[in-house]
Design a protein around this ligand. Structure first.
Ligand code: ADP
Ligand code: MG
Length: 725
């Protein structure tokens, strides 16, 4: 397979008592023919006409028996067909030179039978020798006459005459002729009957249809399909052996033929020259297009010519001097064919049904294997089948409980379950998103901040003020809720109007998102800068950690590969026998290098791993800083916001630097009640409770925070009421 072959060319010389010894000479190796033509004296004194030719071939068959011809020409091609290689054997030559004798032989004398019956015999003999394979044989017999197709086996009672003319059809499996009967034959005898039927029809047709049999091409095809019997192998092979008896190659019509003869001659000349073009094109690797469709002969043989099949051309010639001109022409054709190379390839196909069966078998086996692993790992029997609705609903409920906090963790069972858990996360998330949105819609009119027409309509109706703030709402409580401020873009805003601090205290406090932007540019600028800085450090560390992780994974993979190679080397050494020298194991250089490599990789792995651990600690620390900063930013903002818009002037004095209260550090509740110091209370609490266990800190921390928030809100409500009065 895959090796390039030449088209095999042989010449068979028809036996004669009148052999032109002076004109036709064979080479010593029987692989060449030299032709010598006597000078044509009629052409005058100056005569440049060529008189000597030498043709190189694969073999010259002179006085060869049918037996020898078969051995030399056909045996290998037929044998290889059972291995999946298409094969084509063609007889070429002028009428009467022995093409039909070579192909079919005489049907009266068994000894003189030709290639066709011998090929059938060989196929059936080989089937007998291969009980491990189920091999089917089919045959068809096609005649092409004046570019029309005839089924030479259509006369069989179970075939019946075809109503529509036959057509050549191409599909991915190859070329076939629609309407041509193909006959399954289970034994040699049946195959012979078919052959004789076809031969008889050829002769009858030449009488009844006034059809000259030497004017048509006849293609006998043996189709072979080989399935393995013992193996459950889904691969199977198919092949075709085409045995072609071509129409006479003599150039008719040159001497004033007319009518039918002229028509036949035109068709034959054309189809034979197209045949030559196609074969030559096939042998030319650079050529992409091969002109198969130019005539019925080449189109029919498309997947059996040159290219990827074994091809043999047998040229039948006369040995007499009188036929020398046609003989020369035939030999020229043969030597052109000899230059053509082919690349035979196996026609391998897949039996879909067998493949499914095999895969099912393997699946069952793998499931069993998994069950064994599960029981070895002491896991209760895990089901690996696709999940049903009830199982999916159960996972959905697990995910919901997990999100609510009533379920601490979701047990991992198998890959399918993990995938479904993620799936359900997505389902729950999108449901929640929808719920939030519809809740908002129930409560607020949501307008796209870029939809200016809608905005101005709402403004006209007096529902919102210029900032997009709902009229009648005392504050823009809750970030991002309610109508998004139309002028929320900080850049645009700072250009168009003064910040709130620069204005007199407004009667209506600005919405929090807007005020927050101002805060970040003013009092909160320093803490905001630190917050951003910490965040960028955190992101950078995270990126580095992810890169390190990738490197670690790569090293790990390489370690695995190296380990495997090492194991392989070891097993090789054990198989080949080990050497010991003074109690030391001798290993070869390759194994030694692998050990060194593995050591090196391990070292790299350790270093990288240490780096990653350091990075992780740093990330944790940075994350903590960022969280703290964020918290600080928001707390300070709240204080600032309240100072700026709610806390009465007189109280503010106390908050001024140098005043009795340090701004920014004291909760508003303290300012208002000025009795208890929650911070102090918390420190006391910590000191008392810490010995209970460090874990309690988070708990109490949260408790105090909630209390603070609660107090704060209460105070704010009071303030707002006071403010309105
Ligand atoms: P083609 O098919 O090329 O027109 P045929 O095979 O019909 O030629 O041969 C013409 C005649 O010559 C037939 O009677 C055939 O039996 C005979 N003949 C051809 N070749 C041989 C041969 N090698 N030995 C004996 N007879 C032959
Ligand atoms: Mg013939």
């Amino acid at each position: 397979m895959g090796t390039r072959k030449k088209v095999h060319t042989f010449v068979r010389v028809k036996p004669t008592d009148d052999f032109a010894h002076e004109m036709i000479k064979y080479g010593d190796d029987n692989k060449s023919i030299d032709i010598h033509l006597k000078k044509d004296t009629r052409r005058g004194v100056v005569n440049n006409q060529q008189t000597d030719w030498s043709f190189k071939l694969d073999g010259v068959l002179h006085n060869a028996s049918q037996d020898l011809v078969y051995e030399t020409v056909a045996k290998d091609v037929v044998a290889q067909a059972l291995d999946g290689y298409n094969g084509t054997i063609m007889c070429y030559g002028q009428t009467g030179a022995g093409k039909t004798y070579t192909m079919t032989g005489t049907t009266e004398n068994y000894k003189h039978r030709g290639i066709l019956p011998r090929a059938l015999q060989q196929v059936f003999r080989m089937i007998e020798e291969r009980p491990t394979h189920a091999i089917t044989v089919r045959v068809s017999y096609l005649e092409i006459y004046n570019e029309s197709l005839f089924d030479l086996l259509s006369t069989l009672p179970y075939v019946g005459p075809s109503v529509t003319p036959m057509t050549i059809v191409e599909n991915p499996q190859g070329v076939f002729i629609k309407g041509l009967s193909v006959h399954l034959t289970s034994q040699e005898e049946d195959a012979f009957s078919l052959l004789f039927e076809g031969e008889t029809n050829r002769i009858i047709a030449s009488h009844t249809m006034n059809k000259n049999s030497s004017r048509s091409h006849c293609i006998f095809t043996i189709y072979v399909e080989v399935h393995s019997r013992t193996l459950s192998d889904e691969k199977y092979i198919t092949s075709k052996i085409n045995l072609v008896d071509l129409a006479g190659s003599e150039r008719l019509g040159k001497s004033g033929s007319e009518g039918r003869v002229l028509k036949e001659a035109t068709y034959i000349n054309k189809s034979l020259s197209f045949l030559e073009q196609a074969i030559i094109a096939l042998g030319d690797q650079k050529r992409e297009h091969v002109p198969f469709r130019q005539c019925k002969l080449t189109h029919t043989l498309k997947d059996s010519l040159g290219g990827n099949c074994n091809m043999v051309l047998l040229t039948n010639i006369y040995g007499e001097a009188a036929q020398l001109e046609e003989t020369l022409s035939s030999l020229r054709f043969a030597s052109r064919m000899k230059l053509v190379t082919t690349e035979p390839a196996i026609n391998e196909k897949y039996d879909a049904e067998r493949m499914v069966k095999n895969l099912e078998k393997e699946l069952a086996l793998l499931k069993q294997e998994l069950a064994i692993h599960d029981s070895l790992a002491n896991r209760t029997l895990v089901n690996y089948d696709p999940m049903d609705e009830i199982q999916i609903a159960e996972i959905n409920s697990q995910v919901r409980r997990y999100l609510e906090g009533t379920l601490d963790e979701i047990d991992i069972i198998n890959l399918r379950q993990i995938q479904e858990v993620f799936n359900q996360f997505r389902v729950v998330l999108s449901q929640q998103e929808q719920e939030v949105e519809s809740a908002l819609r129930r409560k607020y009119t949501l307008i796209d901040k870029n939809d200016f027409a809608a905005i101005s309509a709402v403004q006209k109706a007096g529902l919102v003020d210029v900032d997009g703030h709902l009229v009648g709402e005392p504050d823009g409580q809750g970030f991002g809720l309610g109508v998004t401020p139309f002028s929320a873009k900080p850049g645009k805003k700072s250009k168009s109007k003064k910040t709130f601090k620069e204005q007199l205290r407004p009667s209506t406090p600005p919405p929090k998102p807007v005020a927050f932007e101002d805060f970040k540019n003013e009092r909160g600028s320093e803490i905001n800068r630190i917050f951003k800085e910490n965040k960028s450090i955190l992101n950078e560390r995270r990126k580095r950690a992810s890169e390190t992780t990738q490197r670690i994974n790569a090293i790990k993979r390489e370690m695995d590969v190296t380990k495997e190679a090492l194991n392989f080397q070891k097993s090789l050494r054990e198989k080949q026998g080990e050497y010991e020298n003074k109690g030391l194991m001798i290993i070869d250089e390759e194994e030694f290098l692998l050990i060194l490599k593995l050591k090196d990789l391990k070292k790299q792995y350790r270093t990288e791993y240490q780096d990653l651990r350091d990075l992780r600690a740093e990330i944790q620390y940075c994350q903590h800083l960022v969280d703290q900063c964020r918290h600080r930013l928001l707390t300070e903002f709240d204080i600032w916001y309240n100072e700026s818009f709610f806390i009465p002037e007189d109280l503010q004095v106390a908050l001024k630097p140098g005043g009795s209260i340090r701004p920014g550090m004291v909760p508003v509740s303290r300012i208002m009640s000025l009795g208890e110091d929650a911070q102090d209370k918390f420190s006391q609490l910590q000191q008392v409770l810490l010995p209970e266990g460090p874990d309690s800190v988070a708990f109490y921390n949260a408790k105090v925070k909630t209390e603070q928030k609660h107090n704060y809100l209460k105070t704010m409500m009071g303030l707002q009421q006071a403010h309105r009065k």
